[in-house]
Design a protein around this ligand. Structure first.
Ligand code: ZN
Length: 411
């Protein structure tokens, strides 16, 4: 516990300390010391965390834990601006630590280069006052919320994808509501979108991360109190007109299995994996083709692509925007997004409108980005359209780039 500020800290934090009307009439030094003595833990060091961590570190939060086991990649840098091109390949939590300590050497940064799991969540969260969820998977949201409730920690939770984002405070001072109060059931796996599949505008997710920092300051500096806190959800939309909507949310649900009157979720059940977040949230089952129905990128090049005599229809089922960014650059490949193919409901006449030369006897090869959607498409083409000679390319277009032709751009 620190009860004083150095002269360097006075000049570093002076401009925020003189702001009037935000400290619940607390002495400005005491108000700053609340930050200096606080410990927060941030899950994820990506697009939300980048600006959020920067402002919280700049503001003088005393101790920050960062949980992330990913390394910095080029595709992160348009939004994850605490990392940099020279940090490529470095652990994100190490890269973030360097950035933070360069900005403010007073902050103690603890790195946790692991994935948050049932095994480690309690131990990692325990020393911190407030947890920040900066991830984009429902699985982590439920786990973080359940553990925060059981440890009595406030959770500031944000998410963002595409041009939109959401922000809320969960289990505030242990009075709730929690994530399960809002979402007793997880969303269907095929409706969950991610930044890597659906894309994200860096500035949009960054703005949500900054708002997350503002809310965290209010929690840490006790601007919110048990008396004045009202559960809310902020919803940001970046395009076309920017808008921020604030929804009042219901208080804790008495029948909530996590924070309700008779909770069913316990630490033992989580740590023993009796509560399995993976199966609770589910995942889309891509395991629908067998090995005989698949070929490697090298086999594709050898047997189908390079052999001009071999008649073959190549279908790329990626969404159109993905396809336009990078493709084989030839009209012989047809881009039919999976959703479009599925909407044809096995009607080969409709398929012929896009690919006139196709029939039930055609040799068809299917690509997608990573080789998941192409498996669903292969099943569809064989079972519904009756095209038996359909093959799925293992690992998709990106595996082809890695293994056969690295000159094609990856995005
Ligand atoms: Zn709850």
């Amino acid at each position: 516990m620190s009860d004083s500020l150095t002269n360097e800290e006075f000049s570093r934090y002076g401009r925020q300390m003189i702001v009037q009307g935000i400290s619940n009439n607390r002495d400005p030094i005491e108000h700053q010391l609340l930050l200096k003595n606080s410990k927060i833990c941030v899950i994820g060091a990506g697009g939300l965390a980048a600006p959020c961590l920067s402002y919280l570190a700049g503001a003088g939060v005393g101790e920050i834990g960062i949980i992330d086991d990913d390394v910095v990649e080029t595709s992160n840098l348009h939004r994850q601006i605490i990392h940099s091109t020279s940090k490529k390949g470095e652990l994100k939590c190490d890269s973030a630590k360097k950035f933070i300590n360069d900005l403010n050497p007073h902050v103690q940064v603890n790195t946790h280069p692991v994935r948050l799991t049932n095994d480690n969540a309690f131990e990692i969260f325990a020393p911190y006052d407030v947890i920040l969820d900066c991830t984009d998977t429902p699985m982590t949201r439920y786990l973080a919320s359940d553990v925060a409730v059981l440890l009595g920690k406030t959770l500031v939770s944000a998410s963002g994808v595409n041009t939109e984002g959401q922000l809320t405070i969960l289990n505030f001072e242990n009075i709730g509501p929690c994530y399960r109060c809002f979402h007793p059931k997880p969303p269907p796996p095929n409706t969950v979108s991610s930044c890597s599949m659906n894309g994200v505008i860096g500035a949009c997710i960054g703005l949500v991360g900054i708002m997350q920092a503002v809310e965290t300051l209010k929690v840490l500096q006790k601007v919110y109190t048990k008396d004045n806190f009202e559960p809310f959800m902020l919803q940001y939309s970046g395009y076309m007109d920017q808008s921020l909507r604030r929804f009042r949310m219901r208080k804790r649900r008495h029948d909530c299995v996590s924070c309700g009157d008779s909770p069913e979720i316990t630490r033992e059940k989580i740590e023993s994996y009796e509560i399995n977040y993976m199966s609770f949230c589910g995942s889309r089952d891509y395991d629908v083709v067998d090995s005989m129905e698949r070929i490697t990128p090298a086999e594709f090049k050898e047997k189908y692509w390079s052999a001009p005599a071999k008649e073959c229809v190549v279908i790329d089922v990626r969404p159109q925007a993905h396809y336009k960014i990078s493709n084989f650059n030839t009209d012989t490949v047809k881009n039919i997004p999976l959703a479009t193919l599925t909407s044809m409901k096995g009607d080969i006449g409709k398929l012929k409108e896009v690919v006139p030369e196709i029939n039930e006897d055609s040799n068809v090869v299917v690509f997608c980005r990573y080789g998941n959607d192409s498996r669903l498409a292969t099943r569809e083409l064989k079972d519904k359209f009756g095209i038996q000679n359909t093959k799925d390319v293992i690992g998709g277009f990106f595996a082809y780039i890695d293994q056969v032709d690295p000159s094609i751009p990856k995005y």
